[in-house]
Design a protein around this ligand. Structure first.
Ligand SMILES: [Zn+2]
Length: 188
């Protein structure tokens, strides 16, 4: 089963909206984060499947068009060599993708036969750490501090450090991994 790194694209692969949902309303708002290019290349060459996740605004009037979504997906694939892009528009009234929900992770796992227990989730939002933990992924937060309620596995100041930790972990444990994946690198 593939081992993936899930990346909440907002603030890591493109410009950051600093809210619970991406503020992207069209492709013209979409700016690739060039600082992430090398980090994604390292993860890919280490054998990870890369899946970018995006949660779009929950109202009907400011969603990007389908054509814009395709442009964003193509841009992410071309620039970062990501394998898959999974956006959510919350079209089902009971959509549970927004943190602490895990619909996006469950869907990605089912779509591409990914082992969630052996996968990592990267985000700048503490809220997303709960989704990662619930789904069984290793939760990696990019930031300086965390709110008291936030449970996570790895806190790192920047993407380069996150990638180094993830690759270090994979090299330590190899492909035949059991559960409880983060004992060796757990920071808190
Ligand atoms: Zn949703």
């Amino acid at each position: 089963m593939p081992q993936a790194v899930f990346i909440y694209a907002d603030g890591i692969l493109h410009n950051y909206s600093n809210s619970n949902e991406s503020k992207l309303e069209s492709f013209k708002d979409f700016q690739i984060n060039n600082d992430a290019l090398e980090s994604m290349r390292i993860l890919r060459s280490s054998g990870f499947m890369l899946v970018a996740l995006e949660q779009f605004p929950n109202s009907t009037d400011n969603k990007p068009s389908r054509a814009d979504i395709v442009r964003m997906k193509n841009s992410l694939k071309e620039n970062f060599l990501i394998d898959n892009f999974l956006p959510c528009f919350h079209e089902r009234s009971d959509c549970q993708c927004l943190s602490p929900g895990i619909d996006l992770l469950k869907q990605a796992g089912a779509n591409w036969n990914i082992s969630l227990e052996r996968s990592f989730l990267l985000s700048r939002r503490p809220e997303d750490m709960q989704s990662a933990k619930t789904a069984g992924c290793t939760a990696v937060l990019l930031g300086k501090t965390t709110p008291h309620w936030c449970r996570l596995d790895i806190l790192v100041p920047d993407l380069e450090t996150a990638v180094a930790k993830i690759v270090e972990y994979k090299n330590l444990h190899g492909p035949a991994l059991g559960k409880s994946p983060v004992a060796h690198i757990r920071k808190r």
